[in-house]
Design a protein. Sequence first.
Length: 313
Amino acid sequence: MPSPTEALSKYRPWSGPLRPPIFGAFAMARSALVQLARRKLFWVLYGLAVLVFFFYFYMQYLVVWVQQQSQDKTALVAGVPVRIGEFTKFLDRLDFSGTAHTYANFLWFEGYVAMIVLAFAGSVLVGNDFHHRSLAFYLAKPIGKRHYLLGKILGIAAFVNLLTTLPAIVLFFQAGLLYDWKTYYFDNANLLLGILGYGAILTVVLSLVLVTTAVLAKRTVPLVMIWTGLFVLCRALGGFLAETQRLGENWRLIDLWNDLYLCGLFCLGKGEVEAKSGFSQPEQWKAALVLIGLCLGCILLLRTRLRAVEVVA
């Protein structure tokens, strides 16, 4: 039987390039996207997101057509005769004319779809690594805990932007082609930056919250329950305390989805929130503080849980 030294001498030395650990983070991000693409639920909800996009896409065409018609003219809408003037007022309330509220409302609805997909897929992306104790295997590779976390967040971030930011940018360029593109693009360049800012806020907050809740819950059902409490029950509770009990609009700050919306409106240039829905909103800087505190809490919790993982060399 050959000695260990003789056995090792038969292997060729490594001659390939040694890539930095950051490449491992990108590989994990790619793996996370592949795992999402293998889920049938992902494609069903992605189809719903595409329907929302096409609804806004064709409604912008409809708004331009209506504006070119006489207000006293009558048109058939789903087989029902409707006067153009009344239909114009209806479209103005929905706001499909390429304004800040158009993109804010679009990102609001698309973000809901992304949130639902992530709630069901969080256990596959992160939770199973802790439940099956396979995280130690990843960390035994030449990547650190920060690179593991970065890889998972990058995968989630790519998915969130695919459903929210990218379609909103397409709607922005479509609106410029429907109107005077020179005037629209130059006068509303801040809207494009606002879309990117709103998408960045959704990306950071949803990614950190998903990874944190997946680490805590590990399985799909507890993860869905936690997300339901954060984004549904807290929203209902905030509205109940602010509107029904009249305890003040600051109670809406427990509604994380509303906080994301307020910060997104600020990015889109709406420093003051218009109370179109009939109720007052808290200041946007307060919503930003809530989201910053939430993200810092998630980072500290993730740091604590990752430190507890024993790495086998």
